[in-house]
Write a protein that binds this ligand. Structure first.
Ligand SMILES: [Zn+2]
Length: 297
């Protein structure tokens, strides 16, 4: 973990995970690039640390600079563990989604608060001799999500509070039959990343909220042209600056302390089911940052 010792000087107030179209945050001052190596491997990119609205933030591009990592190739565990190393207690995730509802239009922004996870990828820090089961009934931080929604509303943007995000592996977009079935299930938006990040943030006791930029109507909408990368990128170009404005505004109204606001910081309390003496030393070491409050040795 060469270079990781230096991170003690870089405790951040907020992590930002940028997705398609969001590869940087303007207006950061006192910028430092921090490459991290985690017990779960290398994150997607170096973390860009800086100051914005008087708060310390760390930005990470989940697809890497130049967008070279597919949703199911992302090392989600390393990305989230990196934020834990930087002591970020809150992470805002920005991701492009397709709309599954008529009333959620391209270029709108949805703050999803539920997930339907159809992915088959690694979505836990546990295993290798330790079992734990987080509560995921309410998967996003209500307080952080509310801050973002309020920021969007104050800016006069078309924002939607709550909704179900169906998460698929991709990289292909849905077949029309799949899209219609997801609609019949009551899902609001479809994407490829957010459910995985939400699970890992809960395990890491990090507040997580997701800001979903609607790039298209997915393929169910018969009047629309079928979704293409070109349409998606054009719509994203239009609303990416709105996302940046929301982040800036949210930072200015974010409460200093998260205690009293939510219970994300206690997510791991009493949920490890493995007898402590049976947890392999190597596994314990890998999970040290996550479990140090709870394991005596
Ligand atoms: Zn929280």
């Amino acid at each position: 973990m060469e270079g990781n010792e230096k991170i003690k000087d870089h405790k951040v107030d907020l992590g930002i995970l940028g997705g398609t179209g969001l590869y940087e945050i303007e207006g950061l001052t006192d910028i430092k690039e921090i490459p991290l190596e985690t017990p779960f491997g290398a994150p997607s990119e170096v973390y860009i640390l800086g100051e914005l609205e008087g708060k310390r933030v760390a930005f990470l591009s989940r697809h890497g600079q130049g967008h070279r990592i597919l949703p199911s190739e992302i090392n989600y565990r390393a990305n989230i563990y990196g934020f834990k190393m930087l002591e970020a207690e809150r992470v805002i995730s920005v991701s492009a989604v397709g709309s599954l509802k008529e009333e959620i239009k391209p270029q709108d922004i949805v703050f999803a608060d539920q997930f339907f996870d159809r992915t088959r990828r690694k979505n836990t820090f546990f295993g290798e001799g330790i079992a734990a089961h987080i509560s995921f009934a309410d998967p996003v931080c209500p307080s952080l999500s509310e801050v973002l929604y309020t920021a969007g509303k104050d800016l006069g943007l078309r924002v939607h509070k709550g909704g179900t995000y169906i998460c698929i592996d991709g990289p292909a977009f849905s077949a029309r039959a799949e899209s219609n079935i997801y609609r019949s299930w009551g899902c609001h938006v479809i994407g490829m990343t957010s459910a995985t990040e939400a699970k890992l943030c809960r395990e890491a006791e990090i507040c997580y909220a997701t800001m979903n930029l609607v790039s298209d109507y997915d393929v169910w909408h018969v009047e629309e042209e079928p979704v293409s990368v070109e349409i998606i990128l054009e719509n994203l170009r239009q609303n990416i600056h709105q996302a940046k404005a929301i982040i800036k505004k949210a930072l200015s109204i974010l409460p200093e302390q998260r205690e009293d606001q939510c219970e994300c910081g206690l997510a791991m309390e009493n949920i490890v089911v493995t007898k402590p003496e049976l947890i392999p030393g190597e596994t314990k070491e890998k999970l040290r940052l996550i479990l140090k409050k709870y394991l005596k040795s």
